[in-house]
Design a protein around this ligand. Structure first.
Ligand code: NAG
Ligand code: NAG
Ligand code: NAG
Ligand code: NAG
Ligand code: NAG
Ligand code: NAG
Ligand code: NAG
Ligand code: NAG
Ligand code: CU
Length: 627
């Protein structure tokens, strides 16, 4: 009888599965784990690498998961997304979490057909985080900056040259979709001759890609609205490593405890592995990463090579990437990879584990305690949170690049911007100002850059500049004529213009008066060099930093500084970055904390005059308001 019922159930489930596959017409939901572009890279053998991305609202632990987590084999079934065991709505690409990894060689051409199958008529777009898109500026994927959102029922083809080598990732750049599962790795490998770190490792294959994110227990729009409009918090409860991990506890009929499985990285004793770490961090949750009994030799950050540095642990902010070497020189066994959430992630102890398993070890969890508090990890920490440099706390401003010095490091920059950031006490209609005005104990401070909240225009600045009413655009200089934005809420499309060929210096200041938060700032379309960073105290001001600079007291090192695209700014301190603006277009610069970016902590750099920008591709989709 039981046998019969099980068979019936199987037929039922198979029917559902078939139905779902069929509903996609002829598009197969591929994981691309055997994509022909995954190969040893050779000079002058470029390929065209094509992918289909089907974007859908989906769910964790669907019926396609069968008996997962009670039967861990079932957790690996196609279309099953176990995540951390908590059941919630998600957005997936090809019903995977993370979405398919794109692994190509330098100089390949990447073609991604995005099919928008989201419910609710929701638009979308995909950003290729770390790719500079020279000559393909329209492919940067920022809705209302470089393109219109991809409409539901339509598809959009991204096509660009893989000309920014290194460890990157792709993610939705429309609303909060990135936080709900719409992301995946993007790695552009070099030939042995091109790779300055080739002698440092033996193995560099897609299995050793590690994408990490903090994770909510509900759709992020729920969390966002609950937090900003009512009494909800903004603290993540969980974390994922390659979309997996243990969080929700399940009880077996015999009273045992089970969890959804951890990610496992299998290594061979005696070999050196290049692990490519990617932080798709969502909220204010820096991630402290270590591996029991193993040091991390860091060889690259945000895709660019650095002089190797050996540390015991490393902190990653949202949007950053680090390539590390793990040496398989310890006894054959299982070891924890630990990712511990700091700041807002400490409130609910959001953390996650993965397993480094030496081949030959038993397939069990490591015997070390799961609780990081039980495992003291002393020693050097790269990229510390809100700290000054010490013997053991190593900021990224002290990393030494393996790239040659370039015009971004010349003595005097052509343009300098002081960008002051903080959470300001300003009545903000987006954050429910009626409530704010009546209850000062529960005020929502507004994170801004130079007291401006960025908004996006009704047509993309890059593809339809002439369709945008110019009064929507602003910057502190234009606003200062009419408004005191320190007293009044200022919202507009914040555009700062630089000339093509300028060396631009950004002095990023976190005034730090409200909370001890830090902001990971990400620049599209360019690398910058991190030439200075310091924490001055628990707070500072724009005026104080300017005064120090006038007195020659802001240290800059203009030799061999690390090239990055995402960097932290210490609370009560500053970070100085330099970029050489040779890539014409409109490039978004924003905090990579999803909620901060969504409520306006960003601006757009216009590099070059409009006539110097590339022309829109033929028949490029258009959008805008209609009156
Ligand atoms: C993408 O989908 C199209 C149309 O369904 C199909 O012809 C093509 O082979 C697919 N390509 C890949 C790489 O999956
Ligand atoms: C990349 O492609 C360009 C032409 O598109 C070619 O000149 C260059 O040599 C190629 N580089 C490598 C490393 O293959
Ligand atoms: C677990 O599921 C797999 C199929 O996914 C099946 O082959 C196996 O028998 C199941 N194991 C148990 C203990 O039920
Ligand atoms: C890690 O590095 C420290 C020095 O910073 C050294 O004392 C320790 O032995 C190293 N551990 C391993 C496992 O290599
Ligand atoms: C977080 O962990 C600490 C130490 O292990 C524990 O005391 C505390 O109760 C935990 N907090 C929550 C919310 O689980
Ligand atoms: C694997 O487990 C078995 C039985 O629990 C034990 O005898 C053996 O020593 C273990 N092997 C390793 C490599 O830890
Ligand atoms: C915020 O500003 C309001 C008036 O704009 C003021 O009444 C309130 O005291 C301020 N709150 C804080 C914490 O500074
Ligand atoms: C700047 O960096 C270079 C290269 O790492 C180093 O040799 C030099 O001492 C640094 N200069 C200062 C002023 O710190
Ligand atoms: Cu921020």
């Amino acid at each position: 009888m039981a046998q019969f019922m099980e068979t019936n159930l199987l037929i039922l489930k198979t029917t559902i599965l078939l139905f779902l596959v069929e509903s996609h017409g002829h598009i197969l939901l591929q994981d691309y784990k055997d994509h022909p572009c995954i190969r040893p890279c050779k000079t002058d053998h470029p390929m065209t690498c094509e992918y289909n991305f089907t974007v859908e609202y989906y769910y964790t632990l669907t019926k396609s998961c069968y008996e997962c987590p009670y039967n861990t084999t079932d957790c690996g079934r196609p279309h099953c997304v176990p995540a951390d065991g908590n059941q919630r709505g998600i957005i997936t690409v090809n019903r995977m979490l993370p979405g398919p990894g794109i692994h190509v060689c330098y100089n390949d051409t990447i073609v991604v057909n995005v099919h928008n199958k989201l419910e609710g008529s929701e638009g979308t777009s995909v950003h290729w985080h770390g790719i500079h898109q020279r000559e393909s500026q329209f492919m940067d994927g920022v809705a209302m900056v470089t393109q219109c959102p991809i409409l539901p029922y339509t598809s959009f083809q991204y096509k660009f040259k893989a000309s920014t080598s290194g460890t990157h990732f792709w993610h939705a750049h429309s609303g909060l979709q990135r936080s709900d599962g719409f992301f995946g790795p993007l790695v552009i490998r070099q030939t042995p001759e091109q790779d300055p770190q080739y002698s440092m490792y033996d193995i560099d294959t897609p299995e050793y890609t590690v994408i990490i994110n903090d994770w909510l227990t509900e759709l992020s729009i729920n969390k966002f609205a609950h937090h900003y409009l009512a009494d909800g918090d903004n603290k993540p409860a969980s974390m994922l490593i390659n979309g997996k991990g243990a969080f929700q506890k399940f009880t077996t009929p015999t009273g045992g405890e089970v969890y959804t499985p951890f990610e496992v990285f299998t290594i061979d004793s005696g070999r050196r592995y290049r692990f490519r770490l990617i932080s798709n961090g969502l909220l204010y949750c820096p991630k402290h990463i270590s591996i029991d009994d193993h040091n991390l030799t860091v060889i690259a950050t945000d895709g660019t090579p650095i002089e190797p540095i050996e540390v015991e642990s490393l902190i990653m902010y949202n949007g950053e990437r680090y390539d590390i070497i793990i040496n398989g020189d310890q006894p054959v066994d299982n070891y924890w990879m630990r990712v511990v959430g700091l700041a807002d992630c400490e409130v609910k102890n959001a953390s996650q584990l993965a397993i480094i398993r030496y081949r030959g070890a038993n397939e069990t969890d490591p015997s070390e305690s799961r609780f990081h508090d039980d495992v003291n990890r002393d020693g050097k920490i790269l990229n510390p949170l809100n700290s000054q440099e010490t013997e053991t706390l190593i900021p990224v401003s002290s990393l030494v690049s393996k790239l040659d010095d370039d015009a971004s490091l010349k003595d005097v920059p052509d343009k300098r911007f002081y960008l002051a950031m903080d959470f300001y006490n300003i009545s903000n209609y987006r954050l429910n100002d009626m409530y704010q005005m009546h209850d000062h104990d529960h005020i929502h401070y507004t994170p801004q850059i130079n007291h401006i909240s960025n908004t996006l225009p009704p047509s993309p600045v890059l593809s339809q500049f002439n369709d945008i009413p110019k009064e929507l655009l602003c910057n502190p200089e234009t606003l200062s004529k009419t408004t005191d934005c320190t007293k009044e809420y200022c919202e507009c499309v914040h555009v700062q213009k630089v000339s093509l060929g300028d060396t631009v210096e950004l002095v990023l200041i976190d005034e730090g008066h409200t909370y001890d938060a830090n902001h990971p700032m990400h620049l599209h379309g360019n690398y910058f060099r991190v030439v200075g960073m310091d924490r001055l105290g628990s707070t500072t001001t724009l005026e104080e930093v300017k005064k120090l600079d006038d007195l020659g007291l802001l240290q800059r090192n203009l030799t061999k500084r690390a090239a990055k695209d995402t960097v932290t700014v210490p609370d009560g301190g500053y970070t100085i970055v330099r970029f050489h603006a040779t890539n014409p277009g409109f490039w978004f610069f924003h905090c990579h904390i999803e909620f901060h970016a969504e409520i306006g902590m960003g601006l757009v750099f216009q590099v070059g005059e409009i006539h110097e920008h590339p022309k829109s591709p033929l028949n490029f989709p258009k959008c805008g308001s209609w009156h």
